[in-house]
Design a binder for this molecule. Structure first.
Ligand SMILES: [Zn+2]
Length: 181
């Protein structure tokens, strides 16, 4: 019999969807599948597992509805069917529906698209804004999930961050989701 934690990890693995396309090669030492010397070093030393487990626990302890936790888990691995991903699979254009000439990547849909950007500007305290908008995707995800800050009205930053990501994730990609059904 497998330990409950392993069973819960297996049952929450997102099933494949058509928009994910065919299987691709990926490096297991990096959440985006990229090979680097530093992530290989972490993998060999076991640091990678520690980091992955810590993020895993933080995601599944988030005090948000289950579907937001599942969404954040997919976001962690960049498994969001943005226009750019769908275009690579043969659907539509790679561009954002709201911006001229901007490809809809995950970070664009969730953080950088003007509507999302203006919302984040109202949520993120001034002292964190520069880093919030300039981190690359992986660091951005990591830093927000590791934050233990609470906003002045007493809600944990991680809850606000995850919920806002979910709103922009599903708002921006709803057409792609319909196409992928
Ligand atoms: Zn946009």
């Amino acid at each position: 019999m497998l330990p409950p934690e392993i069973i819960s990890k297996i049952t929450t693995l997102p099933p494949p969807i058509e928009a994910d396309g065919a299987d691709e090669r990926g490096w297991p030492g990096d959440c985006m599948g990229r090979f680097t010397i530093s992530n290989t070093y972490k993998l060999v030393c076991g640091y990678h597992e520690l980091e992955r487990d810590a993020i895993w626990k933080r995601i599944w302890r988030l005090e948000v509805p289950e579907r937001i936790r599942c969404f954040i888990w997919r976001l962690r691995y960049g498994r969001i069917p943005t226009n750019k991903v769908c275009n690579r699979r043969g659907y539509g254009t790679p561009y954002c529906d709201n911006c001229v000439g901007e490809e809809e990547t995950v970070i664009h849909a969730i953080r950088d698209c003007p509507l999302a950007h203006n919302t984040w500007k109202n949520l993120v305290p001034i002292k964190y804004r520069l880093e919030f908008f300039t981190y690359n995707y992986h660091v951005w995800f990591q830093r927000n999930m590791e934050s233990d800050e609470s906003l002045e009205w007493g809600i944990g930053w991680r809850v606000i961050w995850a919920t806002t990501c979910f709103i922009f994730g599903y708002g921006g990609i709803k057409i792609n989701l319909i196409l992928s059904l």
